[in-house]
Design a binder for this molecule. Sequence first.
Ligand code: GAL
Length: 382
Amino acid sequence: MLRTLFITGLFMAASMTTAQGNSFDQPASSPFGKTKSGEAVELYTLTNGKITAKIATLGATLVQLHVPDKDGKLADVILGWDDAAGYQSDDNQYFGCTTGRVCNRIAKGKFKLDGKEYTLATNNDVNHLHGGLDKALSKVVWKARPYANDKGQGVEFTYTSPDGDEGYPGNLTVSVTYFIPTDNNALRINYTATTDKATPVNLTNHAYFNLAGAGSGTILDHNLRINADSFTAVDDTLIPTGEIKSVEGTPLDFRKPVRIGERIDQVDKTSTQGYDHNYVLNAPEEGKPMRLAAVLTDPASKRQMRVMTTEPAVQLYTGNFLKGQKGKDGKTYAHRSACCLETQHYPDSVNHPKFPTTILKPSDKFTSQTVFQFSIAGAAKE
Ligand code: GAL
């Protein structure tokens, strides 16, 4: 009897009805392996019946994203692994993770804040990259709170990074919420953060996209549009010089859709070894918080992804360091077989007072939103 009541209770908690009478289900979870120190990692599934995302508590990482093509055929369009072990291997180049506390680079891992100098790990030659080493947000296990309502399914991940982690000041509490709406083929990511000491924060998701399906070849035939007239010029170690340069007349001009492979040779033999550039996004439309960052299209499958964000910049990275590692279902991830569109503030902002600030103060709350919106090219306006 008690057991029956318990099971009925579980069932009721998992499948409920809103005030409007719509039924919705709590996102399901399943075990995804363990960290090297033995912590359990869970994988959550969000779906609206048309697109499906799977997200792991390790690094609040987007592990799978299934999206339909022109014939309704689904493909998983992001790179990743089948279990937590893959994400902890040397082959993991930040696949799908929540990246921070500060994504991208900080020159020589140093910055001054309120008269004090801070030193971070240098894990990218002489520079600090993507939040550092084993306490970076991509490397730790987050708490998950799945939820569902009449608008869709979501899961909120939270993590408190203690004062001094990776050299950063302040106890930083971060929340990342992934959400798939019922009525829209979109994956929304909402970030918030609070701190008890002033500290730099710059958060992004580092998903590697291939709209033909992860492991199916290069992205050189994808068309890309980036809504940016300019980019942050960088030195040989990919640290901004401070100069904001126009894309006009350069291979970085994606203001109209261009095949990614069209001019990539022109940036191949440079310090970026392909596209690895931070674009300064054009202003949002009057009164709108979100701006269009980019539109990525696979002409064969006609899968199209619009990236919208409240962030001022997007890093285009064309998988220049992918090395043929084996990922999900034993698929191989060759050089340039995916690209990242990482919405964020400019790199090394903490050392560039003229860039939009990345400093979060105890009296403020960091908020940021990015939407990956999927459609069929030609079926809706590009
Ligand atoms: C990108 C970065 C690249 C590279 C990559 C990870 O965000 O711009 O330079 O570090 O991450 O391999």
